[in-house]
Design a protein around this ligand. Structure first.
Ligand code: PLP
Ligand code: COI
Length: 372
């Protein structure tokens, strides 16, 4: 052990502090306007896996480039998965993460789908605590601000036989974050993608793997050509059933006032089971709104929007939290949702969720997990 290596304090992690952390003034500038995904903190976690040793060599270490062979399997065959979750500064100065156990579980589910080794949930959680402990000063204050935590796993074996790798690397990086979309929380215009699909039955749509995102870029470019902000994915077979919006789950609000009903596409196997989606199902129910998980067709969406029965639509996910959908366009036309503004049910749910994130309304569901 060299002089700049701190002794392990908890668990199996070894620690090496960055010799050149960002100066406090630079961190303050970044935290004042973090955007999304632009700046990484000073440190990262890495953990290696081999079949012989299992998960080993857990490190908190300076955030720096990885050294990988050009033959690294993940670069060729896409055995690569990731997660996304956020840590928030709490009113008492502690730092707490939203439902990390759910992300730990989904990370294992994704690993299984891609024939990768499962990272034990306690190691996943320990990695979050370790990194947050080192980079505590990077957690911004204020509503809508957080530290975005990005765990990932790649296949590092270097033989190019098509088949599951033997060796893997887990990495956790952190990036302070504000609004995900440049328009903040303003309603978006969406393009119903009939040409491209995101996922098919039996495929990897329910896993959070890198390849799922690569396939969306061309469709996103097509949506932008049509003057739209985001793509809405339809099912692969009939191109009729609504699945997701971009990298977010969708909710439809039928009716208005306390009797408004919420509907979200059921987990078809080809859409990602969002942690935010699951949380909203609970919050909406507890706010008195009936909730339903079922199929929603494009025809139903358009018809209910035109009759006015459909009052609001919003998308939800960790990065952008809750984003209203104002206008829908497709190959043969388009329509507005409600008055194309952010509706009251969307606002109420966003407030309920963000008040939990920031510790304003306490933690009624035990969703916040203290990191520091
Ligand atoms: N759908 C896709 C394809 C995603 O990438 C994400 C983000 O992780 C979501 C939905 C929302 O999931 P969550 O609420 O867990 O962030
Ligand atoms: C989310 O966290 O909500 C996402 O959609 C992840 C995305 C930035 C890939």
């Amino acid at each position: 052990m060299t002089a700049d290596v701190d002794p392990p304090v908890t668990s199996a992690f070894r620690r090496r502090r960055s010799p050149a952390p960002a100066p406090p003034q630079r961190v303050a500038e970044i935290l004042a306007d973090p955007g999304f995904g632009r700046y990484a903190t000073d440190h990262m976690v890495t953990i290696d896996y081999t079949p012989e040793r299992g998960w080993h060599d857990a490190w908190v270490r300076p955030h720096e480039p990885l050294s990988l062979s050009p033959c690294t399997k993940a670069l060729h065959y896409g055995q690569a998965i990731f997660e996304g979750l956020k840590a928030y500064r709490q009113p008492d100065g502690t730092i707490a993460c939203f439902r990390p156990e759910a992300n730990a579980r989904r990370f294992r589910d994704s690993a299984r789908r891609l024939a990768m080794p499962e990272l034990p949930e306690d190691l996943f959680l320990a990695s979050l605590r370790e990194l947050a402990g080192y980079d505590e000063g990077w957690v911004p204050e204020g509503r809508g601000r957080s530290l975005y935590l990005r765990p990932l796993m790649i296949a590092t074996s270097t033989d190019l036989v098509v088949g599951a790798a033997r060796d893997y690397l887990y990495v956790l990086v952190a990036l302070p974050s504000g609004a995900y979309f440049t328009g903040g929380a303003a309603p978006v215009t969406v393009w119903l993608s009939e040409e491209h699909i995101r996922a098919a039955p039996g495929g990897t749509g329910a896993a959070k793997c890198a390849g799922n995102y690569a396939g969306t870029m061309a469709a996103q470019a097509r949506a932008a050509e049509q003057g739209c902000d985001q793509v809405v994915w339809l099912d692969a077979v009939e191109r009729r059933w609504v699945e997701e919006m971009g990298a977010m789950n969708l909710f439809f609000v039928f009716g208005t006032g306390p009797g408004a009903r919420l509907v979200t596409p059921q987990l078809s196997g080809s859409l990602l089971p969002g942690v935010t989606r699951d949380s909203i199902l609970r919050l909406a129910h507890d706010l008195g709104h009936p909730v339903e998980e079922r199929r929603v067709s494009v025809e139903e969406w358009q018809k209910a929007a035109l009759t006015g029965e459909l009052a609001e639509v919003f998308a939800c996910g960790t990065a952008a939290v809750i984003t209203p959908v104002g206008t829908v366009r497709h190959a043969t036309g388009g329509f507005a949702v409600g008055d194309s503004r952010t509706g009251p049910v969307t606002v109420a749910l966003r407030n309920a969720l963000t008040e939990i994130h920031h510790g304003i309304s306490g933690d009624p569901y035990g969703w916040m997990y203290r990191l520091v």
